[in-house]
Design a protein around this ligand. Sequence first.
Ligand code: 5GP
Length: 197
Amino acid sequence: MVSKIKGVLLVVSGPAGVGKGTVCDIAAKSGPDIHLSISATSRAPRKNEVEGVHYFFKTKSQFEKMIANDELLEYNEFVNGSYYGTPIKECMRHLAKGESVILEIDIEGGMQVKAKYPDTVMVFVVPPSYCELEKRLRGRGSETEQDIVSRLLHAKKELEYAKEYDYIIVNDVPETAAAKLLAIIQAEKLRASRVLK
Ligand code: 5GP
């Protein structure tokens, strides 16, 4: 399976609400050689979510069948009991064509992919407020010290995971963040170990 990979496989993770979906969408729309993987999930569709566009919606037992049949590159069961996973076949089909494939998945799933395919490029998206957080919290002078410390600790905990990633993108303006993601893909395509493979 590994030898079939010609394109760049990217994992994009980050805290909820950071806007990583928008960033990935913009990047994927920039050209035909970038494919945004569509995950399978056992969570219920939200209003305006379309089958096969946002997710492949499965029942729990359908999803568990996919796990048993080895149809997933990675998967995770979230605290709310819903499964999320990456269908392996589509992903490999696009990679084999030389396309870059973006997996917008959580940290645990990302680590599973990296363990299976060490060439995976790991990108972590953070909100600009992470960098500004301490300055802003202290600057406005309205938070108690305890509040500041607990907020910073939470941010730090999330940033701990960021250390496991290869690149960090601050999502200030989504278009700018998407351009950075595309720049990473361009650079990774030129990596000697890939070119000479
Ligand atoms: P939501 O339910 O808001 O669409 O997604 C919740 C979380 O699931 C997001 O943080 C997203 O990154 C993660 N996620 C979406 N698809 C997958 C997947 O295929 N695998 C894993 N491990 N996480 C996923």
